[in-house]
Design a protein around this ligand. Structure first.
Ligand code: CJB
Length: 797
């Protein structure tokens, strides 16, 4: 892609646009404008600048008949957009000045924007990073998902316990989207299939409309923009006038209520699917609308349907859109006269599937009777897909088995490529969940290690480090992150290390201020900021971290005058509302914080902080300020991780296991700059066969025994002995995630971290080596690799 000059945006032109929008789009006089009004006006003025490149990109795609990538995902965890857009358009300075000229504080306006939290965690944020990289690389692409009325729930702590309330990002107008009332598809459910002249007809019982809302996604330097198209569910018939006229006012609204339910709320599950009929409907709803939409666009360009695979690559982000296979087959047969074999072959050439987890509870399965009731025609098509697969492979690997429709198997069989998200994960996919399918289709699985966009996760969130990097190695790294390796030449330069440490301090002071304003807590910014931020899950082992914290507290109390390294342990993350043990872990962290933070003997040396409602915006403040990154999952369980990449890139070395992308991070930053501990995936698996391992490990560890004894004695729960019996029982009796076995090594490694941290020069070098080594983890690299090895898609030059 050639660099084109962006139209000049000055603070004056921007200011005029903001004022015009305030008056004409928002209808407010500056004297009466609220923060919201200013934010909307700024956002609309910025959005104006995105429209031209967006149109130009679309025109080029049509003119060149370029292949498009369609990324189907239940989740897009986008966060805020104002800074994203100003940075990609390179107008940050002008925006700050324009707002100042209007008497407004740009940064206040930025933080007024609600997070678009249309996702749970890593999977959804990956989709957002991929959209950023697709636009930066000028690969024509659409992201397709659901326009949830309520994003991920808001987390509160009451007495240390998580409670949830509905999130409401759409309570105010969403500045970035364009409503497309003319783009709407009928989506059907239920009913029965009839046969007529050898043709199957689906006679559905229920129909809703999928209505499109488009958000342009602008790439680096505003050179290219793609579209995020989100579907909202609407009733086919707005209002039941007959019921209303009969005086049945509630009944009159029923069609609208029923339809809207489908796009009402994001399922708050991370890795467990809860089998709700509504979720199956959500999945079919957005997948069907997306497939219909891409077919319409393809045909409108005058293409022949036989060439579909030359122009269309469909990526399934996890199994949630796996129904895309049968849906495409159905449409090819019913609307385009394909026979079943040709239809399956065509779908196969278009589709690819990404697996994001090995946890068996996360591989979606639907009870066959439910599935057949909601999607009777697809049920039959899946049987036909299965028949062909069975006879082609001579295996007995079924999609429909023991009364379940298995979406992992469906996605695998329909896709021409299946990828894992880190090198280790992809190998484990071959050896475990899809071992049999891998034997039957040996060339199908490949690896695509995840990545993160450096624009949001360094340039935007960490101006202090951004400026130092540019001063040291020049610009260009923002879209070519491997340039960061040029920093290696400066790792022994005292001036550089001093500046690097100063940037970290700036970020720590920023975080301390943020926490003071938000929670009233005071942090010692010279203490090590030790951060674990991610969904709360047993396999991620936040409980290992808090148990180690208690053990450290004990040691400090036993010997308060020793040479301790002051630490602030910071946690962030939500638990799925129905995940009882994860919620216990949250409460334990908060209980431990309350005790430790009030201990006059230790509180200047050890502090625990857990701000509620972790989200993308909070991550943007925490990550640049982190000294130590906790990536301590049980080996073999974290498919990749992407928070691990963000933290390391921002100069926060990892203490971690050989799990997911940690393995590759350690190779890239150097073993000496990574604090490794714990069982390997193979050792962990072996350990589980060793009956009674956890009780033995606890008994062999005086530190862990003492900590668990304190929890059982109610030290952190006002004498309540039973508050944490679920966690204790779990650790003693069936510690599947091997907290007990990894504890001592983890504790010892933490003390090694303490020692290195006290040597400022050594520590800063370690941190800077992390930044220098992380260039490979840009999502630009990941997307280029998907384009080459899965999609056969090209950048438009
Ligand atoms: N992941 O966030 C989710 N949700 C799921 O349901 C399954 C997996 C995560 O996906 C990330 C992106 O690939 C991975 O980095 C992470 O390890 C995985 O847990």
């Amino acid at each position: 892609m050639k660099d084109q000059d962006l139209p000049l945006v000055t603070s004056e032109t921007l200011r005029e646009d903001i004022s015009r929008h305030l008056k004409l789009s928002i209808g407010k006089d500056p004297n009466h404008a609220s923060l919201y009004d200013w934010r909307m006006s700024l956002s609309l003025a910025l959005r104006d600048r995105v429209v031209e490149p967006w149109f130009a990109s679309t025109r080029k795609t049509y003119e060149g008949k370029h292949k498009r990538v369609y990324y189907l995902s239940m989740e897009f965890l986008i966060g805020r957009l104002i800074e994203d857009v100003t940075i990609n358009l390179d107008v940050e300075e002008a925006a700050v000045q324009a707002m100042a000229d209007l008497g407004q504080d740009y940064y206040k306006v930025v933080v007024d924007e609600p997070d678009a939290a249309l996702g749970n965690g890593g999977l959804g944020r990956l989709a957002a990073c991929f959209m950023d990289s697709l636009a930066t690389l000028a690969i024509p692409a659409y992201g397709y998902g659901i326009r949830y009325e309520h994003g991920l729930f808001e987390q509160h702590f009451e007495g240390g316990q998580q409670t949830e309330t509905a999130e409401g990002w759409l309570a105010q107008r969403h500045a970035w989207e364009f409503e497309r009332p003319e783009v709407a598809y009928k989506i059907h459910f239920g009913g029965y299939v009839s046969e007529e002249n050898g043709k199957s007809n689906w006679n559905p019982a229920e129909t809703v409309l999928a209505s499109a809302y488009d958000t342009p996604i602008i790439g680096w330097k505003g050179q290219w923009a793609n579209t995020l198209r989100l579907w909202a569910a609407k009733p086919v018939k707005l209002f039941d006038l007959e019921s209303f006229n009969r005086g049945d006012y509630v009944g009159a609204n029923a069609p609208e209520r029923l339809a809207r339910t489908i796009s009402r709320v994001l399922y708050p599950d991370d890795t467990t699917q809860d089998g709700k009929e509504l979720r199956l409907k959500q999945e079919y709803f957005f997948t069907s609308a997306s497939i219909k939409d891409l077919l319409r666009r393809f045909l409108a360009e005058g293409n022949k349907i036989e060439d579909l695979h030359e122009h269309v690559a469909i990526q399934l982000n996890d199994t949630h859109p796996a129904i895309a296979g049968p849906e495409l087959v159905r449409l090819l047969i019913d609307k385009h006269d394909f026979n079943i074999d040709d239809a399956i072959e065509m779908a196969h050439k278009c589709l690819a599937y990404t697996n994001h987890t090995l946890l068996p509870e996360a591989l979606e399965r639907w009870p066959e009777d439910l599935f057949a009731r909601i999607l009777p025609r697809h049920h039959r098509i899946i049987q036909m897909i299965q028949d062909r697969h069975l006879s082609a492979t001579g295996t007995d690997i079924r999609i429909i088995e023991h009364g379940n429709v298995k979406m992992g198997e469906l996605a695998f069989i329909m896709a021409h490529k299946v990828n894992g998200v880190s090198a280790l994960h992809s190998e484990l996919v071959k050896e475990t969940v899809f071992a049999d399918l891998h034997k039957a289709y040996p060339n199908r699985i490949l690896n695509q290690t995840n990545g993160i966009t450096p624009r949001r996760w360094l340039y935007s969130c960490n101006p202090a480090l951004r400026n130092l990097i540019t001063e040291t190695i020049g610009s260009g790294w923002e879209a070519d992150l491997e340039n960061l390796q040029d920093l290696n030449a400066h790792l022994d330069d005292a001036g550089f290390l001093q500046a690097y440490a100063a940037a970290k301090t700036t970020n720590k002071v920023r975080l301390a201020k943020w926490l003071k304003d938000r929670n009233g807590v005071t942090l010692d910014t010279s203490a090590m900021f030790d951060i674990q931020i991610k969904r709360i899950h047993e396999y991620k082992r936040q409980h290992l971290n808090i148990l180690e914290t208690i053990a450290l507290w004990n040691d400090i109390r036993d010997n308060p005058t020793a040479n301790w390294t002051p630490r602030v342990k910071i946690f962030g993350g939500k638990a799925a509302p129905g995940y009882v043990l994860a919620k216990s872990i949250i409460r334990l962290i908060n209980d431990v914080a309350a005790t430790i933070n009030n201990d006059p003997v230790t509180r200047h040396l050890l502090q625990v902080v857990y701000p509620e409602n972790y989200n993308v915006s909070m991550a943007e403040v925490l990550i640049p300020a982190s000294d130590l990154s906790e990536q301590i999952s049980t080996a073999g369980k974290e498919a990749s991780g992407t928070g691990n990449m963000k933290l390391s890139l921002n100069g926060s070395p990892t203490i971690g296991t050989l799990d997911g992308a940690n393995v590759e991070i350690r190779e890239h930053v150097g073993h000496e700059n990574f604090f490794l501990f714990g069982l390997t995936a193979a050792q962990a698996q072996e350990k589980r066969g060793d009956h009674g391992y956890s009780r033995r490990a606890i008994e062999a560890s005086p530190k862990l025994s003492r900590v668990l004894g304190q929890i059982g004695a109610g030290v952190f729960s006002n004498g309540d002995h039973h508050r944490y019996s679920d966690i204790l029982h779990n650790l003693y009796e069936h510690d599947y995630f091997l907290v007990s076995c990894d504890f001592d090594e983890y504790f010892a490694k933490q003390r090694e971290v303490d020692a290195v941290y006290q040597d400022v020069n050594h520590w800063t070098r370690t941190a800077a080596a992390n930044t220098a080594g992380m260039g490979w983890f840009s999502s630009d690299r990941t997307i280029r690799s998907y384009a080459d090895h899965i999609w056969d898609a090209k950048s438009v030059t």
